[in-house]
Design a protein around this ligand. Structure first.
Ligand SMILES: Nc1ncnc2c1ncn2[C@@H]1O[C@H](COP(=O)(O)OP(=O)(O)OP(=O)(O)O)[C@@H](O)[C@H]1O
Length: 249
């Protein structure tokens, strides 16, 4: 029988020193699902993601991650400046003991899929635009074929066209490879386009989930009008208004 892959977060609370950041967080992320965490700045979204990804040590509650493998992509691409594009993408594969020649072939394939040109592969991060760095960061995260991907605002610095292109590519990979994603975004439209569930994290008095929104419509059927319609609905929801301290005009 195949092992159940899921991320189970139960009663998680966390403090930095005396400052309580998160209180009683509960949710479950299943295979091929996308959960996004939205909320105002400073609400503890990144802290929660880091706890789930074991980049921070859990103090209180339980996090069970039974996904086979995971990887990350962050808002800043975090590429190694002394390695070229190809070598940056190869890193995770080499860490998994894939032979260098094989790693380079796989890295090249995914780089091209993510819209990089052949001659970009030998450039160093300092010679890349922000959008190109982001493509490299995605390629590096996905080349290892993770079953769970942690994303911290990966699209926020990109122009609308590139954002849409990378989102669509991600949607294709979610459906084809049954990728699961936990991601943070400030962008409600992006969350609606990509997620099965949105968790709204309110900062006051301590970071907690005030509401969960679920979306059943197949991701590849979510056209612009669906996204606009749902965004308008969310923006009139009292929990969203309250959490983001929106003023009703
Ligand atoms: N290493 C740290 N030490 C102490 N406090 C921290 C540390 N990292 C974050 N914090 C504090 O924890 C709180 C939550 O931060 P976090 O980055 O998780 O919020 P966020 O919701 O992701 O914010 P943003 O949307 O601005 O990225 C903030 O008040 C922040 O100042």
């Amino acid at each position: 029988m195949e092992k159940l892959e899921q991320l189970l977060v139960e009663d998680v609370s966390f403090s930095f020193g005396f400052k309580e950041i998160l209180k009683n967080i509960n949710f479950e992320l299943k295979k091929a699902q996308v959960i996004s965490i939205v909320g105002p700045s400073g609400g503890g979204k990144t802290t929660l993601l880091h706890l789930c990804a074991k980049l921070l040590t859990l103090e209180d509650g339980r996090i069970k991650n039974s996904f086979k493998s995971s990887s990350f992509a962050f808002q800043e691409a975090r590429l190694l400046p002394w390695k070229n594009v190809l070598d940056n993408i190869c890193l995770g594969l080499l860490a998994k003991n894939v032979k260098k020649s094989k790693a380079q072939v796989l890295a090249k394939q995914i780089a091209i899929k993510f819209g990089l040109q052949e001659d970009d592969l030998y450039k160093f991060p300092k010679d890349l635009s922000g959008g190109m760095k982001q493509r490299v960061s995605f390629a590096r995260a996905l080349v290892v074929k993770p079953s769970l991907l942690f994303l911290d605002e990966p699209f926020s610095a990109l122009d609308i066209g590139l954002k849409k292109e990378l989102q669509n590519l991600l949607i294709e990979i979610i459906e084809k490879e049954k990728l699961s994603i936990l991601f943070i975004t400030h962008d409600l439209m992006e969350a609606i386009k990509l997620s099965d569930e949105i968790l709204v994290l309110k900062a006051e008095p301590v970071g907690h989930i005030v509401k969960k929104f679920k979306f059943d419509k197949a991701r590849d059927k979510r056209d612009d009008s669906f996204v606009y319609e749902q965004t308008a609905k969310l923006l009139s929801d009292e929990y969203i208004i309250n959490t983001f301290e929106l003023e009703l005009k």
